[in-house]
Ligand binder design. Structure first.
Ligand SMILES: [Zn+2]
Length: 227
C-alpha cells in the first residue's frame, strides 16, 4: 500500500504544538522515499515558523518521525521514557530494530537531553491544556499517541499505532512490530480515546489527505485541516 508521511500542528491562540518532524531529503534518498518537501516548509505554509515553536511531541524515534530536529532551535521535545530507554539500551542495535531509526537522530536526542531540552513522559500526561499524550507501545517500545481537544471533538493523532485506517478497523497490525500484543492494546487505547472512529488519524494513510479538507486554498495535496 502507498504511504504518506505527516507532521501535525495543534494550534490555539495561546500555543502551537508540533507533532513529529518528518525526515530529511538525504535520508529520503538513502531509503528510496519520495521527498516532497521539508516538513518545516509545509509548516510555514500553514503559518507555523519552526524557529519559534516551543513544544514538539515526538511520537516515537523511527526515522520518519524525528528528522530535522535542529530546525526547531527553541523547542522542548516530548518523548516517552520507555522509547528513549529502548533506543539507548541493550537491543537497539539488533538487526530487527536498528534499520527503523537513523542513529544520528538518536544521538541528536541524547545531545538534546544533555542540554535540558527533552521533556520525558512516563505513560500519560497533559502537555498543554487540550493536548495529551498516551503511551501505546506495540509498534515501537514506547510509541505515544496524541489526543487533541478541538471544536469538532477529541481527535487522536494515532501515529504508527495504526499506519492505515485498515489496521485499526480490521484489528490487523502493521508488519513492523516491537510487541504484537501491545499493538492490539494500542488499537483498543486509540478507540477508547477518540471521539468516534472518524476522530482517529492514522500515521501514514493517504486517505487522510482525502477525508479532510485542505488547510487553506492552494494547499490541496499538501496540508489538510483536521478541525
Ligand atoms: Zn512511521
Amino acid at each position: 500500500m502507498p504511504m504518506d508521511y505527516f507532521v501535525w500542528a495543534a494550534v490555539s491562540d495561546k500555543q502551537t504544538v508540533v507533532v513529529d518532524t518528518g525526515f530529511t531529503a538525504e535520508v529520503a534518498a538513502k531509503r528510496g522515499r519520495d521527498h516532497l518537501r521539508c516538513p518545516t516548509e509545509g509548516l510555514r505554509e500553514i503559518g507555523v515558523g519552526c524557529e519559534q515553536v516551543s513544544c514538539v511531541i515526538l511520537t516515537h524515534l523511527h526515522y520518519d518521525h524525528v528528522g530535522n530536529l535542529e530546525k526547531f532551535p527553541e523547542a522542548t521535545f516530548v518523548v516517552q521514557e520507555e522509547e528513549m530507554a529502548f533506543w539507548t539500551g541493550r537491543y537497539a542495535g539488533r538487526e530487527h530494530f536498528r534499520h527503523t531509526v537513523e542513529m544520528e537522530d538518536v544521538v541528536q536526542l541524547v545531545r538534546e537531553n544533555f542540554e535540558g531540552r527533552l521533556r520525558f513522559v512516563d505513560r500519560n500526561e497533559e502537555i498543554v491544556p487540550g493536548v495529551e499524550v498516551y503511551r501505546a507501545g506495540g509498534h515501537s517500545a514506547g510509541l505515544q499517541v496524541v489526543r487533541v481537544e478541538t471544536e469538532k471533538g477529541k481527535f487522536v493523532l494515532a501515529s504508527d499505532a495504526t499506519h492505515f485506517y485498515a489496521n485499526i478497523e480490521e484489528d490487523r497490525p502493521f508488519s513492523i512490530v516491537h510487541d504484537l500484543s501491545r499493538m492490539h492494546g494500542a488499537f483498543d487505547l486509540v478507540r477508547s480515546l477518540a471521539g468516534s472512529p472518524a476522530h482517529v488519524v492514522p500515521g501514514h494513510d493517504p486517505q487522510v489527505m482525502q477525508r479532510f479538507p485542505p488547510a487553506r486554498k492552494g494547499l490541496e495535496g499538501v496540508a489538510v485541516r483536521i478541525a
